[in-house]
Design a protein around this ligand. Structure first.
Ligand SMILES: NC(=O)c1ccc[n+]([C@@H]2O[C@H](COP(=O)([O-])OP(=O)(O)OC[C@H]3O[C@@H](n4cnc5c(N)ncnc54)[C@H](O)[C@@H]3O)[C@@H](O)[C@H]2O)c1
Length: 266
């Protein structure tokens, strides 16, 4: 797809995958709005790529509406909106599945899921009037499998995949293109010192993940999986759910042997 002069918003654009996406879109000629909770690093990225920086908490609908308004006033109608901002907190003490605080669950829900709903609500009607548009929602491999040690992340990323499916099915005939991005591990601030299954899966760079997103968008592919091995894991899960749960339990046990301090005690 020709990105030249396209108006692109990337949320969470100040860091990691979002930052790499901003740089790649700009290099391809797009005019980019770098949206982030943190304005200062977003401004640094925007200055480097001749884009604009917008402060927004994507978990708040009024911030998404203001982000859309400001971008359209300054750059013109939005062609592509990438909902990339995401949060991961890890389970609470003892690593029990429901141990995360309600605050962390609700922030995960708002940022990882509702932000995608707010963006679609703010953009889809106008995109339909203009003849189409592109929504790219960054979920995670955790939305197709499970992130050990983070039930809120796994649950909300699964919901993000579900919402992207609804968007693609409902608005495909309106020429709204939808991609959902499901990476495994990417070396960013989010995975630094993380206690996932890092090391067992290929850890790629944010630039490699961003390249994969642009390649998937060029093909207008709904499901973008930067890590090739994910498809095999998803296939195995689909073929035999109980076997998959048993395998994940074994993997969890292996992690607990390495980190006995993560185990809960009742
Ligand atoms: N790093 C990985 O291994 C990995 C794997 C799969 C999926 N993902 C997903 O990729 C996306 C980007 O993650 P990353 O690894 O680049 O993380 P990161 O922590 O480097 O970047 C996330 C950015 O989002 C911003 N952000 C957080 N909450 C926000 C909010 N409420 N409003 C606006 N901005 C907010 C942060 O300030 C930060 O700049 C996330 O959705 C994440 O869940 C990451």
């Amino acid at each position: 797809m020709d990105l030249n002069n396209q108006v692109v918003v990337v949320t969470g654009g100040a860091s990691g995958i979002g930052r790499a996406l901003c740089e790649k879109f700009a290099a391809a000629g797009a005019r980019v709005a770098v949206a982030d909770l943190n304005l200062q690093p977003a401004t640094q990225v925007a200055e480097q790529i001749n884009g604009i920086a917008v402060a927004a908490n994507v978990g708040l609908e009024e911030d998404i509406q203001a982000l859309v308004r400001e971008t359209e006033e300054r750059l013109g109608p939005i062609d592509i909106f990438v909902s990339n901002a995401g949060v991961a907190f890890g389970d609470g003490p003892g690593w029990m599945a429901a141990s995360g605080s309600n605050d962390n669950w609700m922030t995960s829900w708002n940022v990882n899921v509702m932000a995608h709903v707010f963006a679609a609500r703010a953009l889809v009607p106008d995109m339909i009037k203009r003849g189409g548009g592109y929504l790219v929602n960054v979920a995670s491999g955790a939305g197709l499998l499970c992130q050990l040690g983070d039930a809120a992340y796994s649950t909300t990323k699964t919901a993000a995949v579900g919402f992207a499916e609804s968007l693609a099915i409902t608005h495909g005939d309106d020429n709204i293109k939808v991609s959902v991005v499901c990476p495994l591990y990417v070396a960013t601030a989010m995975t630094e010192g993380g206690r996932g299954v890092t090391g067992q899966d290929t850890m790629m760079t944010a630039e490699e993940a961003a390249d994969s997103v642009l390649a998937g968008m060029a093909d207008e592919r709904f499901m973008i999986q930067p890590h090739a091995e994910l498809a095999t894991y998803v296939e195995r899960k689909g073929a035999d759910y109980d076997r998959w749960i048993a395998g994940m339990r074994r993997m969890r046990q292996g992690m607990l042997e390495q980190h006995p301090d993560y185990a809960y005690k009742v």
